[in-house]
Write a protein that binds this ligand. Structure first.
Ligand code: MN
Length: 256
């Protein structure tokens, strides 16, 4: 499978990057490959997956993911059937999930229906790696996953209540931490409550900003430095921990 490299050939991990939304994706790709950041290139709608898949073909470190962003569900729900054949082409799924921040009940109901169907489809494979958005909808996301989900769930940019975080920990999900989280006081408090063996890193570029510019996969090393501070370990130790968490995630997922 594309990009499942032995640890000795990996450097850092970015499990959530919108490669296709940078003004110059090729430049980002070149830097990411040069710095050996294993990167999940998420997409926001099935109709744009193929473009990213073609773009990153031949990359050693970048893997394309097929997704349907919760904030696009209302306008793009008709694309859902396009996702099913694309699940044959990649192990990686995202961005998917729920967003209840500013949406009507009708939208929430539709999002939950779409997300549930995606999870069911993915479950039949048993080894999908799914990067999930949960803003304002943490309780529903976590109950949709429950404890025995046959696949690997990564909660991206978790920003919900501690109570739901604890349920997510129990459900065995992973958490991907980005530069915005590691900078904010609240984000750092949440990170401190995540078991170290369930923590991964992400850029969520170009949405997350570092200063006034978009974040890149190459900003992940700084997130690792922040994790090391929170964990009170050396940055090199934090780097190895995150990398081995990702390796474990890839290996532990069993085929259906
Ligand atoms: Mn995102």
């Amino acid at each position: 499978m594309n990009g499942e490299l032995p640890p000795s050939q990996q450097s850092y991990v970015d499990t959530h990057c919108h490669l296709d939304l940078y003004p110059d994706p090729r430049k980002v790709m070149a830097e990411t490959e040069a710095q050996r950041v294993v990167t999940i290139a998420v997409t926001n709608a099935p109709s744009v997956f193929r473009q990213t898949a073609i773009l990153v073909k031949g990359c050693r470190y970048i893997r394309p993911a097929v997704g349907l962003h919760p904030e696009l569900v209302v306008s793009r729900a008709a694309e859902l059937p396009l996702m099913w054949p694309l699940l044959e082409e990649t192990r990686y799924v995202g961005e998917v999930g729920l967003d209840y921040s500013e949406t009507s009940q009708a939208s929430r109901t539709q999002q939950l229906s779409v997300f549930t169907r995606i999870l069911e489809r993915c479950a039949s494979y048993g080894n999908k790696v799914i990067t999930v958005h949960s803003r304002g909808a943490e309780a529903d996301v976590i109950s949709a996953i429950d404890g025995d989900y046959p696949g690997r769930i990564i909660l991206h940019w978790y920003s919900g209540p501690v109570r739901e975080l604890q349920k997510a920990v129990q459900a065995g999900v992973y958490f991907s931490v980005n530069p915005a989280m590691s900078r904010s006081e609240r984000g750092r408090r949440l990170v401190a409550r995540m078991p170290r063996d369930q923590v991964l890193t992400e850029s969520d570029g170009p949405f997350v900003l570092v200063g006034s510019r978009a974040a890149y996969p190459s900003d992940v090393p700084q997130v690792v430095v922040e994790l090391a501070r929170i964990w009170d370990v050396d940055p090199d130790q934090a780097k190895v921990m995150v990398r081995s968490n990702f390796q474990r995630l890839l290996q532990a997922a069993s085929p259906a």
